[in-house]
Design a protein around this ligand. Structure first.
Ligand SMILES: [Zn+2]
Length: 213
């Protein structure tokens, strides 16, 4: 005769003698569940797909793989997130120190911090040099905690009636300077550029930082 554990479905052989002595109550060898052997008593051996023990093992093994899989999945997601938010991360003041530390460990060059909102134009001056050649001088200060790359500047030329004649974006390639084209933290940097201006007569100009990169 056979009986089956109601919990883990483990089947075992049982004799009348055994049933009598235990009054039908037996303990499952696999899951330790105490159950009434008479309830699921049968003459035939049930063909189990796999033994309950094997099922249990497989479940445990699966759960280990599942944990490793989830862990790798999370790492992948983090990398993906970091990849797509790279610019934001390196320009985030809170993460910057950590980023600098990590890139030093990895021995790679971290691109310069870039946050024009922390740069201020403290002086600018546009003077006629000769003929149509003008000299634009400007002093910028970097209020950020970190060295920044030079921001782009938008120069707007205005005629004597106050109309905007032209707008030019000046990038670090336009500045004729021997100085480093980076802005150390809390330091001012002086930039000079010669421009050919054909607006005659020139009424004025405006210069501002370009915020979107
Ligand atoms: Zn059991």
């Amino acid at each position: 005769m056979y009986t089956q554990c109601p919990i883990c479905k483990h089947q075992r052989q049982i004799s009348i003698k055994e049933l009598r002595s235990s009054r039908g109550m037996i303990k499952c060898a696999l899951c330790s569940e105490e159950f009434d052997a008479l309830e699921l008593l049968s003459d035939k051996q049930v063909r189990q797909p796999k033994s309950a023990q094997l099922e249990e093992n497989r479940f445990n093994v699966n759960s280990v793989y599942w944990k490793i899989g989830s862990f790798l999945g999370i790492i992948c997601l983090l990398f993906q997130w970091a990849y797509f938010n790279y610019q934001a991360i390196i320009n985030n003041a809170q993460f910057r120190s950590t980023s600098v530390y990590i890139t030093q460990l990895l021995n790679v060059q971290l691109p310069h911090y870039h946050n024009p909102a922390e740069i201020e134009i403290i002086h600018s001056d546009l003077q006629n040099d000769h003929d149509d050649i003008y000299r634009l001088k400007t002093i910028l200060i970097n209020h950020a905690e970190f060295t920044q790359k030079l921001p782009d500047l938008k120069l707007t030329l205005i005629d004597i009636t106050g109309q905007v004649v032209t707008e030019t974006i000046l990038t670090d390639r336009h500045f004729q300077t021997d100085e480093l084209l980076v802005m150390p933290s809390n330091e001012a940097i002086k930039l000079t550029i010669s421009l050919l201006i054909l607006v005659q007569p020139l009424g004025g100009y405006e210069m501002e930082l370009v915020h979107e990169s």
